[in-house]
Design a protein around this ligand. Structure first.
Ligand code: GLU
Length: 387
């Protein structure tokens, strides 16, 4: 059974056309994150040098045309396994860590050589989830990325798999979402996910031969998520679901996403020329940088509040201890926490402090914790609603 009608989801394109513009007008995107999946980068258990050189040449053309391009590469685990002569999926976390540290330099060597053919320099940035969550390391990262981009150097990202067990276990999960987080953090206009599946289909094409590709997704809904069955191969961890989740993350950060077959000739130029290829996921209005950071950080705990507090927050008022009736998790002041799964805030009090003060008047904060404390749990600028 087909789970969504391609006609319904393509209706957004018609509406845009009627308003006199094409949703595929994406050539103006100045800052682009491109994610390349393991399946595209590997052949016969090693780096597919021809593919990597071809796609690097396409990226080099974009850079030379003035685009700021950030690359997210997969393939470290797969290349490491190939180097060790392993031919089956590696399930042990330790082994995946080892393979990643063997494979990552092999990948980077190929990128270095491929970019050098076009007079360009490649840089490596390995990320962990904590780096993106922590405001300080995130700002450091932003500085190095901006410097690299201003030098015309392409930053090439991957998860630091050797130390980030969450990623290669599956809590963080995959480079699809990693690339969406990178896109969101750097304020990208466009995220391109290159994969060996050309589009999102309205049903799993391997099971339903009549499945139709979806050209446009105006918004990631439950119906769209239902289209994305689990996939993945021997060494990659993502599937269609993680790609749709990536679109959701990018969309919330104001970044459109195109999912396309990375083996199509001149795929990058064709996407930017507006060719209707793959699936285009539209984005919401781009939030300000700090808001994006709050939105994209994983919450360190949850605060439960009453409806009155939610209403006040929606009216751009601060979150006060009086409206709080529960706290889960252990977090420090300055951490991002979620509020009733409705909003995310940067809390000015730790979980222990909130537990002491919840339900009380805000004047109690300074009386109990000292004058240096703010008299609110979160100011309006520290609060971001999820929808
Ligand atoms: N970071 C992993 C690697 O480089 C890939 C994760 C993924 O396939 O999404 O091997």
């Amino acid at each position: 059974m087909l789970v969504a009608s391609a006609a319904t989801v393509d209706a957004g394109a018609e509406a845009a056309k009627a308003k006199g513009f094409s949703v595929r007008d994406i050539g103006g995107a100045g800052r682009i994150v491109i994610k390349i999946g393991t399946n595209l980068l590997s052949k016969n258990w090693a780096v597919d040098t021809a593919y990597l050189r071809g796609i690097s040449a396409q990226i080099a053309s974009l850079i030379k045309a003035g685009k700021k391009v950030l690359l997210v590469t997969s393939g470290a685990v797969g290349m490491g396994a190939g180097e060790l002569g392993i031919r089956e999926k590696i399930t042990s976390v330790r082994m995946r860590q080892a393979c990643a540290s063997i494979g990552q330099p092999l990948l980077m060597k190929e990128y270095k050589e491929a970019f050098a053919r076009h007079g360009l320099i490649a840089a490596q940035i390995l990320l962990t989830r904590e780096v993106l969550n922590n405001r300080k390391t995130y700002l450091n990262l932003q500085n190095s990325v901006e410097t690299l981009l201003s030098l015309g150097v392409a930053p090439i990202f991957n998860e630091n798999d050797s130390i980030s067990t969450a990623e290669i276990g599956n809590a963080f999960g995959d480079n699809d979402r990693l690339s969406a987080l990178v896109a969101s953090k750097v304020g990208a206009d466009l995220l391109i996910l290159l994969t060996d599946i050309g589009a999102l289909y309205d049903a799993d094409p391997r099971v339903h031969p009549g499945a139709k590709p979806i050209a446009l997704v105006p918004r990631v809904t439950q119906e769209i998520l239902a289209c994305a069955g689990a996939a993945g191969s021997t060494f990659s961890t993502g599937g269609m679901r993680t790609k749709v989740l990536a679109a959701q993350i990018a969309g919330r950060a104001g970044c459109r996403m195109v999912l396309a077959d990375g083996r199509e000739p001149d795929i990058l130029a064709r996407i930017l020329a507006g060719e209707e290829i793959g699936t285009l996921f539209l984005a919401q209005k781009k939030p300000a940088s700090r808001e994006r950071w709050i939105l994209m950080s994983s919450p360190q705990g949850t605060i439960s509040v009453d409806e009155g507090a939610i209403e006040a927050m929606r009216k751009h008022k601060s979150l006060l201890p009086s409206g709080i009736h529960g706290v889960t998790g252990t977090f420090a002041a300055g951490d991002v926490v979620s509020v009733n799964d409705t909003a995310k805030i940067v809390t000015s009090l730790s979980s222990v402090e909130i537990k002491t003060l919840m339900g009380q008047h805000s004047s109690e904060i300074r009386k109990t914790l000292g004058e240096s404390k703010r008299d609110v749990v979160a100011r309006p600028e520290d609060i971001v609603f999820l929808s």
